[in-house]
Design a protein around this ligand. Sequence first.
Ligand SMILES: Cc1cc2nc3c(=O)[nH]c(=O)nc-3n(C[C@H](O)[C@H](O)[C@H](O)COP(=O)(O)O)c2cc1C
Ligand SMILES: C=C(O[C@@H]1CC(C(=O)O)=C[C@@H](OP(=O)(O)O)[C@H]1O)C(=O)O
Length: 376
Amino acid sequence: MIRILTAGESHGKSLVGIIEGVPANFTIDLDSINKDLARRQLGYGRGPRMDIEKDKIEILSGIRGGKTLGSPISFLIQNKDYENWQEYMSIDGNNKEDRRVTRPRPGHADLSGIQKYSFDDIRNVLERSSARETAVRVAAGSILKGILKDFNINVLSHVIAIGGASVSDGTQDINLIKAADSSPVRCIEKSTEETILQKIQDAKLVGESLGGIFEVHIVGVPVGLGSYVHWDRKLDAKLAYSLMSIQGIKGVEMGEAFENANRLGSQTHDEIYYNSSEGYYRKTNYAGGIEGGMSNGQNIVIRCAMKPIPTLYKSLQSVDIITKEAVSASIERSDTCAVPAASVVGEMVAITVIAEEFFRKYGGDSKEEIMKRWQA
Ligand SMILES: Cc1cc2nc3c(=O)[nH]c(=O)nc-3n(C[C@H](O)[C@H](O)[C@H](O)COP(=O)(O)O)c2cc1C
Ligand SMILES: C=C(O[C@@H]1CC(C(=O)O)=C[C@@H](OP(=O)(O)O)[C@H]1O)C(=O)O
């Protein structure tokens, strides 16, 4: 069983992750993990923090000679911005009244967080609720992604829409991603790209923010991960839980779920065919690769809706938590749009669930043992 723990405040010394349950003898490629960390920092519309951070994984345990030992893999990712925050964020840090954040941002964890934990400083909430934490989940997911490549499983994602403007309807991409080792060949038309960039720029100029939709595809997943026998073993339920845990994600859809709701049954269910070379196969994938809580051998396709970023430079109505006066919500330095970054997080969170279920089905102590079971 795979277990993942993350720790770290956004402007604290560093982020920390532990992955327990990774079998022995898998090769770990640090370069490709660092590439995924860098991908999470990209996207037009991200804020100035991304110019400060250059996320890199530093392995602390669980790997020797480039291979997993079967022991917990622990790692850290430094917060370069800590240098600028040390006075306030070190464990004996200054918590002076005049530095307190007291104007909760609608849409962020601020108000419910201080009420829940009896704080009088919103900084105590925002430091950990921040999506900075997703760097750890990306690193952990990338380690597992590298391992699953040995079993021809791969993951990729793309942005479908930003602020209501379509980047792609996604349908053509489902057919493009056939082999586990292929990456989708997609060209966004120049005019679409310009529309989206302009939309983000316009939003930024007036102190607004944007959300959007992204889609994750997992290819090469064998039949039968997850199960119908008990509600908490269903693969679609596990994926939805994990993707919904990403900061700002408010909707998760398997395949074309919301479109399917408007269609007839005969237009929705992926008919079954058979030939001796391919075995069972389908010509469509409206279900998104999961039936009865189990992978059915098709690509797993998940769409996620991200709400607009809650911190607005134009500022929203709020109430000071000390004086109870009506005020404008506080403005922390912020992204305008982080949908492309969230889609990288979505990939890594989804592949983590697939890895958990893969090891549950084919599990063993070493790569050799698992490989035998998978090949059988
Ligand atoms: C990659 C990424 C970057 C984000 N950047 C910001 C940001 O700069 N400012 C902000 O207010 N929220 C940002 N968010 C969203 C907030 O973290 C999130 O809305 C907040 O934690 C409240 O949680 P909830 O929206 O899931 O309810 C980001 C989310 C992601 C996934
Ligand atoms: C630090 C990251 O994202 C942060 C997520 C975030 C939030 O409220 O979620 C707020 C911003 O933090 P800061 O005020 O330090 O700029 C983002 O930059 C990151 O993605 O690595």
